[in-house]
Design a protein around this ligand. Structure first.
Ligand code: ZN
Ligand code: ZN
Ligand code: FE
Length: 758
């Protein structure tokens, strides 16, 4: 008995070779009908024996093409129509999009082979791609995913490319960015000294790439257009050019990401585990933080005072071509001016980076959606995403409940936003620090694009309580929606609950930089108990003044003076430590402003104070520098001794750090090694968090712990804490797929807001 079935599939089912796959599969089962892309995904209509249809349905769900992901599927049966063949229909546009968009994917092995094969027609063509690889999110303007809705629209395929595109048995069947050197995009080299739009000497094609290689070898700094934005590249084995780039980029200490030719090059300078190799080789190709094998002048220049290097493998055909002629490693730092978004437009990049770069390797495949490189580190034997962008965005997080449509505006630093629809949370790619005007524009523009692409009209807007954040004023200007302010650190904890779909109550530990608290003070060393509906603050670090407010974040020595004054009062002048000698002249004024300064319980500021006290970092040049350098010192000590925090049990538990400050000063006076002091500080924090959690477990009978906040980017602290909590039989969760820094805030905001408007 013949029947007809309509099958609807949602998820990533467009632009990943899904329709040809369906075509081949239905052939096996002898079914007729059609398949079409819709704004919701894929629609299939097939006729044949009911048993065969069911088998076909199950097989297609289990054996999808490599990049496809089905998130939802439906089948319904109707009377047969008498189809005699099977057709692939043109795309249908429907009003409510729920189709997902694939992230950008690194070049696949098949394309790589062709790229390097002299007899292939795309030999050395830097824009080779196929259904299994290449740009996606970065070129998509609208859905459904068709060439006319991408930045490839302006390139008309030549006959050969079009034949591939139309041949269902070809790897490039409906590969929207399909192109070759005859019909597709091209690279062009621009020398800044001679740049006049009217008389520039045009060097294009592989010749331009060869020229770039020789310029890089000679110590040139070249802006190179990639898949989601420009990189600034230079030879990563040439100290003087690395130093020149640091000076030009006004970036004296912040580590540079580097791209190495292949795994054997990586193994020469870093330790790489099997898991780390898999992440480096994955289609996402993130930057992976790897432990340096040795510290020499070059690795120090690349990542000063740091035990790790941020390393990635080539991920576009163009990258592979750059490594063809002798170059083994390149600095590949984001192509931007400090705090601005990564550059994506040819003319703007030449304008904005002309003081930094000597040459520009541009191309004419436009980048529509900006996407930075993602950063991953293996912590607790798991890949932990520290910056989520290329390769991961804009894949949504599947949630455990149906949500209202909510926009979470995020916080300020390392910001993201989040939009929810049904069971999905669409977290934006890494946006950056909203303080900068152009980054704020990028933020606003990306919110509009996400709303359009995923057809979401938020009814609720969730935002941070901090009145000065641009994300907050952005939220407050939106009319006709419900506005819900969410405390920063509750949002941190909620992001872990949402990510791991935790059902039970948790002890939430948020050790963080700063976030505005409910009492108007600046929080950041907080313990909560409860669930999404209600998180109660149950413990925190003792408040100390933050002399000069925001200035104290940039100048950690201010926090050191604050802690010393809280601990020793006027006696601090008599301490026989280098810190006092170094800052003697400033102490009086700093103490004076303490009276009018905000109070903070931030753990990040305690790290800063300790770092400065030890003479590691008095003034930072990039976010969290003092804390990072303190961690690096601690990693080179093996001591298991620790400093002792004191607890004061009131309605909430207060963690008093003054005894730790005393012990640090004693050790400094005794000339104990800085590394050992740094380690004892880390061990002390681990122990006190563990102790507070145990007290809370006894009192509240909660055994599950959620950790979130910028401080937990510290691998040493997080791993030792997680291990010690597990030894005490706690169940421990922390952010894995989204960053534990403020990139997680927007997701936390939406899941809390959802409970408040039920
Ligand atoms: Zn490919
Ligand atoms: Zn072509
Ligand atoms: Fe935070």
């Amino acid at each position: 008995m013949s029947t007809r079935a309509i099958i609807n599939l949602e998820g990533i089912v467009q632009g990943v070779g899904f329709r040809p796959f369906i075509h081949r599969l239905r052939e096996r089962f002898g079914l007729f009908g059609f398949v079409a892309n819709t704004s919701n995904g894929v629609e299939i209509e097939v006729e044949g024996e009911r048993k065969k249809i069911l088998y076909f349905y199950q097989t297609l769900k289990n054996k999808t093409p490599p990049l496809a992901r089905i998130t939802d599927s439906h089948i319904r049966y109707l009377k047969p129509k008498g189809y005699k063949d099977f057709v692939i229909k043109e795309s249908k546009r429907t009003s409510a999009h729920t189709a997902l968009i694939s992230p950008d994917v690194s070049i696949c092995n098949d394309c790589l082979k062709e790229l390097l094969n002299p007899s292939d027609r795309r030999y050395l063509y830097p824009f080779i791609n196929c259904t299994n690889c290449g740009p996606r999110f970065s070129i998509i303007k609208d859905l459904p995913y068709d060439r006319q809705f991408t930045t490839m629209k302006k390139f008309k395929m030549c006959r050969d490319c079009e034949a591939e595109y139309k041949d269902i048995n070809d790897r490039r069947y409906h590969a929207q960015p399909n192109a070759c050197s005859l019909c597709g995009p091209d690279v062009e080299l621009i020398r800044i000294n001679s740049f006049r739009p009217w008389d520039r000497k045009r060097i294009k094609g592989f010749q331009a790439i060869e020229e770039v290689i020789s310029l890089l070898k000679k110590g040139g700094i070249v802006a190179i257009k990639g898949i989601g934005g420009f990189h600034i590249a230079c030879d990563a084995e040439n100290i003087s050019v690395i130093k020149r780039l640091r000076k030009k980029k006004k970036r004296p200490f912040k580590p540079f990401a580097i791209m190495l030719k292949d795994m054997s090059q990586i193994k020469k300078i870093c330790y790489v585990s099997k898991l780390e190799q898999d992440i480096l080789n994955s289609p996402e190709r993130p930057i992976v933080l790897l432990k340096k094998k040795r510290r020499n002048r070059i690795t120090e220049a690349l990542a000063p005072n740091n035990n790790y290097l941020g390393i990635m493998l080539p991920y576009t055909p163009l990258h592979y071509l750059l490594f063809l002629k002798g170059i083994k490693s390149l600095v590949m730092t984001s192509g931007n001016i400090q705090d601005e978004p990564i550059e994506i437009e040819n003319l703007k990049v030449i304008n904005n980076l002309r003081d930094i770069c000597d040459y520009f390797l541009i191309h004419n495949r436009d980048i529509y959606n900006r996407c930075d490189d993602s950063i991953v580190q293996v912590i607790d034997n798991k890949p932990i995403v520290l910056r989520r962008a290329r390769g991961y965005s804009p894949l949504p997080f599947p949630l455990d409940r149906k949500m209202r449509s909510i926009l979470g505006c995020g916080a300020e630093l390392k910001n993201t936003f989040c939009l929810t629809k049904n069971r999905f949370a669409f977290l934006s790619q890494y946006i950056g620090d909203l303080k900068t005007y152009s980054t704020f524009n990028f933020y606003k523009e990306t919110i509009l694009r996400f709303k359009h692409l995923f057809a979401i009209k938020p009814e609720v807007i969730a935002f941070d309580l901090h009145p000065d954040y641009l994300s907050t004023s952005y939220a407050q200007r939106i009319k006709g929606v419900k506005l819900i302010g969410i405390q920063h650190h509750k949002a941190h904890i909620a992001s872990v609950i949402a990510e791991h779909r935790i059902k039970e109550k948790v002890i939430g530990v948020s050790f963080d930089g700063i976030g505005l608290g409910l009492d108007g003070k600046i929080w950041g060393g907080e313990f909560f108990c409860g669930d999404l509906k209600d998180l109660k603050r149950v413990a925190h670090l003792e408040y100390v003044p933050m002399p000069g407010g925001d200035m104290a974040t940039k100048e950690p020595y201010r926090m050191a003076i604050s802690y010393l004054y809280m601990t020793f009062g006027e006696d601090l002048y008599r301490l026989r430590i280098d810190f006092i000698k170094r800052h003697h002249s400033k102490i009086y004024n700093i103490v004076k402003v303490m009276n009018d300064s905000p109070f903070t319980s931030s753990a990040g500021r305690l790290f800063d104070a300790t770092s400065s006290l030890l003479g590691i970092c008095d003034i930072i040049t990039y976010e969290a520098q003092a804390a990072i350098e303190l961690q690096m010192k601690a990693e080179s000590s093996k001591t298991n001794r620790q400093y002792e925090f004191e607890l004061k049990e009131k309605q909430v538990i207060i963690i008093d750090s003054r005894r730790v400050i005393k012990q640090i000063v004693e050790d400094l006076e005794k000339r104990v090694a800085i590394e050992e002091i740094a380690r004892k500080f880390h061990n002390g924090l681990t122990k006190i968090i563990q102790r507070v959690c145990s007290l809370l477990r006894k009192e509240k009978n909660i055994n599950t712990i959620a950790l979130s906040g910028g401080v937990f980017q510290n691998k040493l602290l997080l791993e030792s804490l997680v291990n010690s909590l597990r030894r005490s039989k706690f169940k421990v969760y922390f952010n894995e797929l989204l960053p534990t820094n403020d990139g997680a805030i927007s997701l936390g905001q939406v899941v809390i807001a959802n409970t408040r408007c039920a």
